[in-house]
Design a protein around this ligand. Structure first.
Ligand code: NAD
Length: 524
């Protein structure tokens, strides 16, 4: 059983996930020296922020496939070193989505009903009922800026409060907006029309100062503005001026340009609620982070692709879900190709068609390279280092897309060229099952699994019988057979599923038999 080290204290529900999957060593007080000494034994490590995965540690981690950070940031992991060594680094950004969304709702209610200042007033011995007249949020317009993981959760909750939701997010598809029943609008429209606006975008050069003087001037005098995303997306100086100028304007902030927040004039205002970057701090978020990363560790141990790999090009969740069924297919196609072509590959061409086109297919391409290169390289190839390894081998990789005019939802077709050969294989997913539909231009239809053999022969009466005879002579039982040909009497291809291994001896005999052009043994 492969070993996983839990090097920081994580919620025990995460540890439960790994039961039966790996041998878990729970050592949340491990010292840096002990870590250096023992890291070579482990396939996976789960950390929070205490353990530092430095280059020195990573270089000693000869068997490590995954570093899992039970949380969001990965400042304590040398990402470059991990990538160079083909080690995946994963985290759990989704663990905090609901927690942060609930915090945003808390800030909205706190501001609309003046809860924080009313609380301070009562605690100061006062009873100022008339001072704290609030507003309902029902039927008010909520403007959500950024509808990713957290923004979407805010939308769901706001709908329960009967708010009307408008969204500004130029990167989401209409399908996603439709699913959540929201209207996509331009930023200026949102700022002018929202009664409450809440920010859930990353801090980027594009989003820095997204709400500044110009926007504060445009918005309703009674608007509520929230930032639970990152400091700097709202210009704090401009916000302070606006809040001073318009006493009915309100702001709820959890994040700041400089943290911790000290000496900010914002602390002097009644129309703001400030929290110390705690939007993500709940017990449930910590538990979920532990479970999410432990599941990803289990996925890597089971040779699957985890969803939050940070040191691979990322695709959004919707794209990832769309591609997910095709990972197995690409993996199988890669495995078949590597067993049927000669090793001196010069070119690898992948063409995607159908419903998987139009978006990044990078994870699928990497899955293919992984399946293709692993059996031929000594150094482990995974989705992190797959491209670099292909390049090192001098394999030229090309990728393309075509419009689909086939009967299948989506087709993946791969061509491999060596100096003197060219092989093609195409596959589809049908009822969630991978199928091969073409081999070197011959139509077939077979579910690839277990032991198989692909034989090319001359389409003449009796050849199929001869092949069956040879298999029988060696006690190989044929479980399933598919044949395909382009012309009668020309070359044909036979794909067999067999119950026993097609040994080298059988391959040699087949290839030395009249009218049999080639024979390959395959193990999926
Ligand atoms: P996400 O990646 O799931 O979603 C971000 C969304 O922003 C995406 O839909 C993207 O299309 C959109 N976006 C990107 N650039 C944009 C732009 N210029 N204009 C409009 N939309 C844009 O991220 P998430 O997990 O929902 O996190 C959202 C924010 O919350 C991040 O800034 C994250 O760092 C922050 N966060 C804060 C806390 C906290 O403790 N306060 C905790 C977790 C996350």
């Amino acid at each position: 059983m492969q070993k996983v080290l839990i090097a920081d204290k994580i919620n025990e529900k995460g540890i439960d996930v790994l039961e039966g999957v790996a041998e878990v060593v729970n050592n949340p007080t491990i010292t840096p020296e002990e870590l250096l000494e023992t890291i070579g034994e482990y396939t996976g490590i789960i950390i929070r922020s205490r353990t530092k995965m430095t280059r020195e540690v990573i270089e000693k981690a000869k068997n490590l496939k995954i570093i899992a950070r039970a949380g969001v940031g990965v400042d304590n992991v040398d990402l470059d070193a991990a990538t160079e060594h083909g080690i995946m680094v994963v985290n759990a950004p989704q663990s905090t989505s609901i927690t942060v969304a609930e915090h945003a709702m808390g800030l909205i209610l706190s501001l609309s009903r003046k809860i924080a200042i009313a609380d301070a007033s009562v605690k100061a011995g006062k009873w100022e009922k008339s001072k704290f007249m609030g507003i309902e949020i029902r039927n008010k317009i909520l403007g959500v800026i950024g509808m990713g993981r957290i923004g979407s959760e805010v939308v769901k909750r706001a709908k329960a409060f009967e708010m009307d939701v408008i969204v500004y997010d130029p990167y989401i598809s209409e399908e996603v907006a439709e699913d959540l029943g929201v209207e996509i609008v331009e930023l200026d429209y949102l700022v002018q029309n929202a009664d409450v606006m809440t920010i859930h975008v990353p801090l980027t050069p594009e989003t820095k100062g997204l709400l500044s003087k110009r926007e504060f001037e445009m918005m309703k005098d009674t608007a509520i503005i929230l930032n639970c995303a990152r400091g700097g997306i709202i210009d704090e100086t401009d916000l302070y001026e606006a809040l001073k100028e318009k006493p009915e304007l309100k702001a709820g902030l959890d994040v700041y340009e400089n943290e911790p927040l000290t000496d900010s004039p914002l602390t002097t205002l009644d129309n703001v609620v400030l929290t110390p970057h705690i939007a993500a701090s709940t017990k449930e978020a910590q538990r979920d982070a532990a479970i999410i990363v432990a599941k990803q560790v289990a996925e890597v141990i089971n040779d699957e692709v985890p969803s939050n790999v940070l040191n691979m090009p990322r695709v959004d969740n919707e794209t990832f879900q769309r591609l997910k069924p095709y990972f197995k297919l690409t993996n199988i196609l890669g495995k078949i190709l590597v067993q049927t072509t000669s090793p001196n590959i010069k070119e690898l061409n992948i063409v995607y068609s159908g419903k998987i086109t139009g978006r990044s297919k990078e994870p699928l391409t990497r899955e293919l390279l992984k399946a293709f290169l692993n059996p031929i390289l000594t150094e482990p190839v995974n989705s992190v280092n797959a491209r670099a390894m292909a390049k090192q081998r001098g394999i030229s990789l090309t990728e393309g897309e075509t419009d689909s005019n086939s009967k299948y939802d989506a087709v993946i077709k791969i061509t491999v060229k060596t100096d003197d050969t060219e092989s093609t294989i195409a596959g589809v997913i049908e009822n969630n099952i991978p199928k091969i539909i073409e081999i070197d231009g011959y139509e077939v239809n077979m579910r690839p699994e277990g032991l198989m053999s692909i034989i090319k022969y001359v389409d003449l009466p009796g050849t199929i019988g001869v092949i069956g005879g040879i298999m029988g002579k060696y006690n190989v039982n044929i479980g399933e057979m598919q044949v395909g040909r382009k012309t009668e009497g020309g070359e044909a291809v036979m794909v067999l599923k067999v119950d026993q291994e097609v040994t080298d001896e059988i391959i040699v005999e087949l290839e030395n038999t009249k009218d049999i052009h080639s024979a390959k043994a395959i193990q999926i």
